[in-house]
Design a protein around this ligand. Structure first.
Ligand code: NAD
Ligand code: GLY
Length: 365
């Protein structure tokens, strides 16, 4: 089923925890062949939700069975609410019922919710078993499947319970994005645009030139885009795997994005939409500090608007904003590690006062 687009590879170099990310078109049918040399056990547990499994489960199972794997499917309901300790506990129970050993393999087939949850279960069941990522949303392909952050949510905060646990392999099939709802594609595109601003002029110009091709799911362009994002993230993760320094730059737009998501009760905005607004606000703060010119704020607004993402902050209650900022600050145990740009591809981390954040969130400036 593979078409004639050449597959691409990114290596994440982390000593004994190094792994390949393979990107291409039609690769889902090759998952069996690709992972066979990496895995000693014959048993595989696919963790997925009904939405994704009904679309791709048969092909993944066929490919795995064709090379001799004994395949089991563990179903999780669709939605962020199920990225929880309760769901992890149910999955542990199912693994125990199957007599799963620590040499068996977990494959995450789905978006970031499934990847984070399945990775958390893989990291903790019997102190860790081999884990493969098969990401099916653009966000998961360019961000969550790479770098080993795995977690479940706590009712009081997202991603609070988790660890670093690198996958053995990441297989990215661009073709699965064709079934992704348009809004989800745009949510992933916000992270892609973030990489554009973080990595430099060349990739940002490529994105500006090809934004419509991306929205039309042009496979050549998307393969290139996902490749460049994964390469960028891989280099950051190699430099700071456990997130004590440089990895923080990946949070460009996220401090304000998180506040927008939380202050609006996690209902109105998808994560990527909130960080799109967060990036515009961060650019305004950088402009106010004289780090960048006004045109740079407009450049943010233009590309995000063309990607169909929101750029205007909603009206938020100032007290609510401050409350959520404080929670974020406690989590970091230091001043706000706020990511600003002093140019394209020039991220810096500065402390930003709450009042400046509030001002950047004013709807009409
Ligand atoms: P998601 O996993 O909820 O997927 C979005 C929706 O798309 C779901 O309904 C899903 O079933 C559906 N879907 C997935 N693939 C599909 C396909 N190919 N065709 C049709 N429908 C499909 O959302 P997401 O945006 O992928 O992930 C969000 C999660 O990722 C959050 O929990 C966030 O905390 C986490 N995250 C983790 C990291 C990390 O580094 N670990 C980074 C960013 C985000
Ligand atoms: N998504 C941010 C990180 O992986 O650090």
């Amino acid at each position: 089923m593979s078409n004639n687009l050449q597959e691409k590879k990114v290596k994440v170099n982390l000593d004994k925890r190094s792994y390949d990310i393979v990107i291409g078109s039609g690769l889902i049918d090759e998952i069996g062949l690709k992972i066979k040399p990496l895995i000693s056990s014959k048993r595989v547990f696919i963790i997925s939700n009904p939405t994704v499994f009904s679309l791709y489960g048969d092909r993944v199972c066929r490919s795995l069975k064709s090379v001799g794997f004994d395949v089991n499917f563990l179903e999780v309901s669709d939605g962020e609410n199920y990225k929880s300790l309760e769901t992890a506990y149910e999955l542990y129970g199912q693994l125990i019922n199957h007599n799963a050993s620590r040499f068996d393999v977990i494959i995450a087939l789905g978006g970031g919710v499934i990847g984070d949850l399945a990775g958390f279960v893989a990291a903790t069941y019997m102190r860790g078993l081999p884990f493969i990522q098969l990401p099916t949303t653009l966000l998961a392909q360019v961000d969550s499947s790479v770098g080993g952050k795995v977690a479940v949510n706590h009712p009081k905060a997202k991603n609070l319970i988790g660890c670093f646990y690198q996958p053995r392999f990441v297989l990215i099939d661009i073709d699965v994005l064709k079934t992704l709802p348009e809004r989800e594609l745009k949510v992933g595109l916000a992270e892609v645009i973030k990489y554009g601003f973080l990595s430099g002029e060349e990739f940002l110009s490529f994105l500006e030139e090809h934004i419509e091709d991306i929205l039309a799911i042009n496979p050549e362009i998307l393969t290139e885009v996902v490749l460049r994002c994964c390469e960028f993230k891989a280099r950051i993760v190699e430099a700071d795997e456990k997130d004590f320094g440089k990895r923080a730059i990946l949070n460009y737009g996220h401090t304000i994005g998180h506040v927008i998501e939380a202050s609006s009760g996690y209902k109105k905005y998808r994560h990527g939409e909130a960080i799109a607004i967060g990036m515009v606000c961060a650019a305004k703060i950088a402009q106010k500090r004289g780090l960048i010119q006004e045109g740079f704020v407009r450049q943010h607004e233009d590309i995000l608007k063309r990607a169909g993402l929101p750029i205007m902050p909603p009206s938020l209650d100032a007290k609510d904003v401050m409350k959520h900022l404080l929670l974020d600050k406690k989590r970091c145990d230091e001043d706000h590690a706020f990511v600003l740009l002093k140019g394209i591809g020039e991220p810096i981390i500065e402390s930003v006062a709450g009042d400046d954040i509030l001002e950047s969130l004013k709807p009409c400036q």
